[in-house]
Write a protein of this length. Structure first.
Length: 370
């Protein structure tokens, strides 16, 4: 196996694939990338047994005598070598005797390899549902909900994102038990299509990274045990979480009678200012609602206080309710539109946040007692 490729062409796909690889693993081969050369195309595969990413890039030139082959090489060292080389250089790769030699200009590196037969691959079962969409559409769903996923919760099914597929839409939902985020996009699928799967946290993060720079339409396949997204240059596969996601519809507030509408950007700035002196442990703020106005109050054990007032559209009874300010700011950071709408019933009720105009996202935040 001997070929050369421009450093700038290789580095992007190599970095994406290498991002899946864990630095520490019980199996040494999982610290490596599987590199396969076939008919002038280099495939690079990285996996941690939960998520697998395959990147494909055409090489610039191939040695006719060794134009095919496969090996595994240390992912982190390969990435660091490519990053350290000059921007416009070409890199030559050659493999022989269990070693991979990397050359560029006057630099030469020799890396140890492991047998490609030891490299694991995620089961390639046939998917039960498939559809095509744009990377912008899929990326928006993830961006608007991913922050609400739990982190290392014992309820393992919360450490991921629900994908709910029907014949008319794809909906993604994430919750950590204190807040919930939901975003829906329209899809035209076969009649009777219905599926509910949970994509694990790392799968969500790696897929978001992959979609960020993608321009072409992507194909999505949902199976019983995995989700696969295929782009022009990559194939992303993730195992699914085997669990039952909570019934999120029960969390949505029923007929809240108090509606607040205000300028989204002003509210975000006001909350950011008040958060400066909020309790470092609980990050709590109090919203005092009165006709036409909202006061945001914060304090901490050092007896420091903040009070920020802004005008809002509210006509109900006076009300005081506490929230984790980070939860509010997370929502306001992903919403678009000039006006945000808050719907609630009382100081102890779940609060619904959404765009005042017709939007595709809903957010529910539980109140705090302060």
């Amino acid at each position: 196996m001997k070929f050369s490729i421009a450093r700038n062409k290789l580095l992007g796909p190599l970095s994406l694939v290498g991002g899946v690889v864990e630095r520490r693993h019980t199996l040494p081969v999982l610290s490596n990338l599987l590199m396969v050369l076939d008919q002038g195309m280099l495939s690079m595969t990285g996996t941690d047994l939960e998520v697998e990413l395959v990147g494909r890039v055409p090489v610039d030139s191939v040695d006719a005598a060794s134009d095919t082959g496969e090996l595994t090489a240390p992912a982190r060292k390969l990435i660091d070598i490519c990053r350290s080389l000059p921007e416009d250089c070409d890199i030559e790769f050659s493999a022989a005797g269990g070693k991979l030699e990397v050359r560029s200009g006057r630099s030469r590196f020799t890396l140890a390899t492991l047998p490609p037969a030891d490299f694991p691959n995620i089961e390639d079962s046939i998917g039960t549902h498939q559809f095509r969409t744009t990377p912008e559409q899929l990326g928006r769903l993830i961006e608007r909900t991913a922050f609400s996923m739990a982190q290392q919760d014992v309820r393992y099914y919360l450490n991921g994102m629900l994908w709910e597929l029907s014949e008319s839409h794809l909906r993604v939902v994430a919750t950590d038990g204190h807040r919930l985020a939901m975003c829906t996009t329209s899809l035209d699928l076969e009649e009777g299509t219905e599926a509910r799967v949970i994509l694990p946290r790392k799968g969500v993060q790696e897929l978001a990274r992959l979609l960020r720079d993608e321009q072409n339409e992507v194909a999505v396949v949902l199976g019983a045990n995995h989700l696969r997204v295929t782009t022009e240059g990559f194939t992303f596969t993730s195992k699914l979480v085997d669990g039952r996601f909570p019934d999120y519809e029960k969390v949505l507030p029923r007929a809240p009678d108090k509606i607040v509408q205000g300028p989204r950007d002003e509210l975000r700035q006001a909350l950011s200012r008040a958060a400066i002196v909020s309790n470092e442990k609980f990050h709590g703020v109090v919203l005092q609602l009165a006709e036409g106005s909202m006061k945001i109050l914060a304090n901490n054990p050092e007896q420091e206080e903040a009070e920020v007032e802004l005008s809002v559209d509210y006509e109900g009874d006076a009300l005081e309710i506490g929230f984790n300010v980070d939860y509010l700011l997370d929502v306001l950071s992903v919403l678009s539109g000039e006006t945000v709408k808050m719907s609630l019933s009382d100081a102890n009720s779940r609060t619904l946040l959404e765009e005042a105009e017709d939007g595709d996202s809903l957010y529910v935040i539980m109140p705090m007692r302060l």
